[in-house]
Design a protein. Structure first.
Length: 479
């Protein structure tokens, strides 16, 4: 007889663990402006060594200007912080009224699906490469939870392994309600059906068949044809339809409650003295300092209290360092972005150039995940409006020929965002009584020197959430 033996063994294992100070810096770098305000307020309440100095309206904007195209006086762009005091970055000279930041009022969901998903990443224990991929996936998910791009295309654009990207996507799906992240309504409903454990096998298979192939018949309530196509009895059809109607086509609505608030730009770009000036909006939070009086008191208490107070003092200093690092990193990233996207500043969205995370990370000497954190949830005010900073990270437009082959855009400088801007402009100029179909839009783009197939126009039109020409014509009848 074989017997099972249980024993204990010890083994040495090397594991990379982030230091608390680095974890703090990465967390603060990732926070959008409104969440940063909340984090600062919480730190001020919990740590007696932190004190705040509210900046005046005329102060608090740091100018970031590298090279000749975009000017800077901010040492954070070209130097390390060195011996600077642990306070928020300040302008090298007094800020004039001409450089006062104008905050544009916009409607924004403060509790967004992207924010919900980003909050889950800490519990997934991802590697740096997987983290970059996860951020890219989240940025590619629209407000309803649908992935805009196939995961293979997303992995290719980032230079990542497709299997690894698919694995990260699967882990995200497992960490969220069934069907929250999906490629289509069919994919969403199928995920929810597969998550049900108390459904008979024959009913589950019938539901899957209807969802995959006959949703149009269900939408038109054509039960007779649905029965003919599935070859199921009417009782089974009714039971399947009842189950499908119990599924949730909009799971994101339960997680996100939209509220209208103002977007607070983290940066602003404007022209001054014939040069583009990039400014950091460090006025969004008060300047932080260490309370020197409390520091002196640390040496006057007993040993037990001294240890607790010293830990709090170290946490306060690390928090201020993390705030400094956030502004410094954002200044460097934004400067590199707008040096590359100078044509956008001069002429608008149609002149956006392709730009990925990797070139920026290489120039800064950091990992792509750091750049991704620096732009995620951040906004910049430009002469053309307020934009998410990740809007300027746009891949080179890939065109599909009529034979279905993928090729690069006819011009090296055409990005996905620029192509979508051109498609949107063409649609905005169409006659309301005769909207342009995708074939006609493709022909107009070809006339402009952009070789593109109809299916590529359709793909980008859907990303823009623009209805088809038939639907637009129908809408125009009621306007």
């Amino acid at each position: 007889n074989r017997t099972m033996q249980v024993s204990l063994h010890t083994a040495l294992q090397q594991k990379q663990v982030l230091a608390p100070q680095l974890r703090q810096a990465l967390r603060l770098l990732q926070l959008p402006a409104i969440e940063l305000q909340a984090a600062v307020n919480q730190a001020l309440e919990e740590n007696i060594f932190l004190e705040a100095e509210e900046p005046s309206y005329e102060e608090g904007i740091t100018q970031a200007q590298p090279e000749e195209d975009i000017v800077t006086d901010d040492p954070s762009v070209n130097e390390s912080w060195g011996d600077l005091e642990p306070s928020l970055p300040q302008s090298a000279s007094n800020t004039s009224e001409d450089t006062t930041l104008i905050i544009e009022q916009m409607a924004v969901e403060t509790a967004t699906l992207g924010g919900f998903l980003r909050n889950l990443l800490g519990g997934l224990h991802l590697s740096d490469e997987e983290t970059v991929c996860a951020y890219a996936i989240i940025d590619d998910i629209n407000d309803e939870g649908y992935l805009i791009s196939p995961i293979e295309d997303l992995a290719e654009s980032l230079g990542l392994d497709a299997d690894m990207a698919a694995n990260v996507l699967d882990r995200l799906k497992l960490a969220t309600p069934a069907g929250l992240i999906a490629h289509s309504i069919q994919d969403r409903l199928l995920q929810q059906v597969n998550s049900l454990s108390n459904v008979a096998h024959h009913l589950s298979e019938l539901v899957k068949e209807i969802v995959q192939h006959h949703l149009d018949l269900l939408a038109n309530r054509n039960m007779a044809l649905l029965q003919k196509r599935t070859r199921a009895d009417m009782d089974s059809i009714r039971e399947a339809v009842q189950l499908i109607r119990s599924l949730d086509p909009h799971p994101a609505l339960k997680l996100v409650e939209p509220s209208i608030e103002s977007i607070i730009p983290d940066l602003t770009v404007h022209r001054k003295d014939e040069k583009w000036v990039l400014e950091l909006n460090d006025r969004i939070i008060p300047r932080l300092h260490i309370n020197s009086l409390y520091v002196q008191q640390v040496e006057l208490v007993d040993a037990a209290q001294k240890k607790t107070l010293k830990n709090q003092l170290n946490e306060a200093r690390q928090f201020i360092d993390g705030i400094q690092n956030r502004f410094e990193t954002m200044a460097r990233v934004a400067t590199l972005i707008f040096e590359h996207q100078r044509p956008f500043l001069d002429a608008g969205e149609e002149h956006l150039r392709p730009l990925g995370l990797t070139p920026i990370a290489k120039q800064m000497g950091v990992h792509e995940s750091t750049v991704s954190r620096a732009i995620s949830g951040k906004y910049v005010q430009t002469p053309h409006g307020v934009y998410p900073l990740n809007f300027f990270i746009s891949h080179q437009a890939a065109m599909q020929t009529s034979e279905g082959h993928t090729t690069e855009a006819a011009t090296d400088s055409l990005s996905d965002a620029a192509l979508r801007a051109r498609i949107r402009d063409i649609i905005e100029q169409e006659p309301p009584e005769q909207p342009y179909n995708d074939d006609l839009i493709a022909r107009k783009l070809i006339e402009d020197g952009i070789k593109i197939a109809r299916r590529t126009v359709t793909k980008h039109r859907k990303i823009l959430n623009i209805p088809s020409s038939r639907e637009r014509k129908r809408e125009n009848l009621f306007t």
